[in-house]
Write a protein that binds this ligand. Structure first.
Ligand SMILES: Nc1ncnc2c1ncn2[C@@H]1O[C@H](COP(=O)(O)OP(=O)(O)O)[C@@H](O)[C@H]1O
Ligand SMILES: [Mg+2]
Length: 218
């Protein structure tokens, strides 16, 4: 194991995990995170996990699961299948409730829409290519939405592969791409409209309702 990873594992086990609390209150909303030790920074929250970094190990993130700890094994298996690809992170270590991953820099597309950072088409294309690559490795890109994809400059990345082992069809990304061409390019991006988080949250919840109703009646 890389020396830095080894040191980081020690810090995670001896300092981070004994202090940190990651609680999942709803399966549809991000986890609640408390008691972050000194020198650690929270860089993201998902519905399963909190993602943190240590200020002396800037190339890595630690993804600590709050619930569905079994998810750690599943996500690790997805990374094994994926192998190395420029649009994905990389797994360095698997603990019993956490993963050490390569840190991706940039912003999530969700935050880009919030901050009014223009999302070029090349980002969408990179992500499409990355998802095709995952399919070729026998995976099923699932739960790909605005908080699970990132951009830096003109490049797109997929930051969360935790549900790629699931079966079934998940339309989030295809719907997002449609919205990109129909609403983002001609209006939101063109006029540099920033969308506040409360509105993004409403859109997120309405989208889930829309999909649920559509499933029921189709
Ligand atoms: N490798 C990474 N590099 C940089 N940021 C990350 C990385 N992994 C996750 N993040 C950030 O943390 C957030 C939550 O991580 P994610 O893997 O989506 O958790 P969950 O599986 O709970 O949804 C992401 O939306 C992203 O902002
Ligand atoms: Mg996520």
């Amino acid at each position: 194991m890389d020396k830095n990873v080894k040191e980081l594992v020690e810090l995670v086990e001896k300092v981070l995990l004994p202090q940190l609390t990651v609680r999942s209150e709803s399966e549809y909303d991000p986890v609640a995170v408390k008691d972050i030790p000194e020198n650690w920074k929270l860089i993201g929250k998902g519905n399963y996990a909190a993602v943190l970094m240590h200020t002396s190990y800037e190339d890595f993130v630690v993804k600590v699961y709050g619930r569905a700890v079994d998810g750690v094994n599943k996500e690790a298996k997805v990374y094994e299948r994926l192998g190395l690809h420029p649009a994905y992170s990389q797994l360095f270590y698997k603990g019993n409730k956490y993963l050490i991953l390569k840190k991706l820099t940039g912003v999530t597309l969700y935050d880009a829409v919030h901050h009014g950072i223009y999302i070029p088409e090349s980002v969408i294309k990179d992500i499409n290519a990355a998802l095709d690559y995952a399919r070729k490795q026998g995976l099923n890109p699932f739960d790909v939405h605005g908080k699970n994809v990132m951009m830096k400059g003109s490049h797109g990345y997929v930051v969360d592969v935790s549900d790629f082992y699931k079966k079934g069809v998940d339309k989030k990304w295809t719907d997002l791409v449609k919205a990109y061409y129909k609403i983002y390019v001609p209006v939101i991006g063109k006029y540099n409209i920033r969308i506040p988080y409360f509105l993004l949250n409403i859109i997120r919840h309405s989208y889930r309702l829309y999909r649920k109703v559509k499933r029921k009646f189709s």
